[in-house]
Write a protein that binds this ligand. Structure first.
Ligand code: HEM
Length: 271
């Protein structure tokens, strides 16, 4: 009960902060189409999240439907990461005032990262959906003969042991693709001395996810390890989304400038 209320409270805080952030970003960068679109997208994904959550609760939809809710929340996270990348770029450009040549050099370097960074985000996103489906379709519980999750969704038909094992194998196989994509990104990052912190961050996070994944199995889906595993997936999506935005911003060599605060004209009191 307490956990449910905490979830509702945090959802309420997020649904106040996300529109506040979107309006602020839009107001400060009204002339910048990219920022306005990101602000609008964050509002759209938030509205969808609220609608999906309400649909699931009111109509007690099948557990697997929650995978769509999970997918939407990851998309919202990617948009918020991209907005963060825009904010940091603006801050850095304000303090460092990079020349046109420096922006061009960064754009040339970023070209090599286009493919690896998109591949990393793609595999991580896919893996998070496979994990979400594995959990919410009741397959992970079926591995251990447990079905409480599906029963709470009024579902009597439970996955077979074969189906449960199949999804576990898919989840582990996609991990190999995630690992390969992160190693590729890191290799390019080391070679060209760019985006190294983000690429290393992703490497540590995959290792963390693999360890936590096996701990979750070993503990027969303990709530703590599953929650930490889900948090790791969020961190991976967030970092990969930030890196994609950074590469795209560097590629476009864009200068981000906030709108100047309007200064009041000084009018002498007695003229
Ligand atoms: C890049 C690596 C991985 C990512 C991003 C990832 C992501 C996820 C996500 C998002 C979930 C759903 C969690 C939830 O909704 O509560 C999940 C579930 C799960 N994952 Fe992973 N995973 C990864 C690797 C692994 C590995 C290597 C294993 C171990 C074999 C594993 C085992 C599990 C298990 C057992 C569940 C079900 C947890 C439950 O039902 O309580 N994962 N994963």
């Amino acid at each position: 009960m307490l956990v449910e209320y905490m979830h509702r409270l945090i959802a309420l805080i997020a649904s106040i902060l996300i529109p506040f952030n979107a309006i602020h970003m839009w107001w400060m960068h009204r002339k910048n189409r990219l920022t306005s679109r990101l602000a609008l997208l964050s509002m759209l994904f938030l509205a969808l999240q609220v609608a999906l959550g309400a649909l699931i609760v009111v109509f007690v939809l099948p557990g697997a439907f929650t995978t769509i809710d999970v997918a939407n929340s990851f998309l919202l996270l990617i948009v918020l990461s991209a907005m963060t990348a825009v904010g940091w770029r603006e801050h850095r450009q304000k303090t460092k005032q990079p020349s046109a040549e420096k922006l061009q050099t960064d754009a040339d370097r970023a070209k090599r990262f286009r493919l690896p960074v998109f591949f990393a985000l793609g595999t991580i996103f896919l893996q998070s959906l496979v994990g979400g489906y594995f959990r919410h379709s009741g397959n992970s519980q079926a591995l251990f003969g447990q079905h409480s999750y599906l029963l709470s969704h009024h579902q009597r038909q439970v996955p077979s042991e074969f189906e449960a094992l199949f999804w576990l194998v898919v989840h582990i196989s996609v991990t190999a693709a995630v690992f390969a994509s992160v190693v590729w990104l890191l290799t390019v990052a080391m070679r060209f001395g760019q985006y190294r912190a983000g690429a290393f961050g992703l490497l540590w996070l995959v290792i963390y996810q693999i360890i936590l994944g096996f701990v979750t199995l070993q503990t027969k889906l303990s709530v703590i390890s599953d929650t930490l595993h889900f948090a790791g997936a969020n961190a991976m999506v967030g970092v990969a989304g930030y890196l994609v935005a950074q590469v795209l911003l560097d590629l476009s060599a864009v200068r981000i400038e906030a709108r100047e605060k309007t200064r009041r004209k000084m009018v002498p009191a007695h003229s």
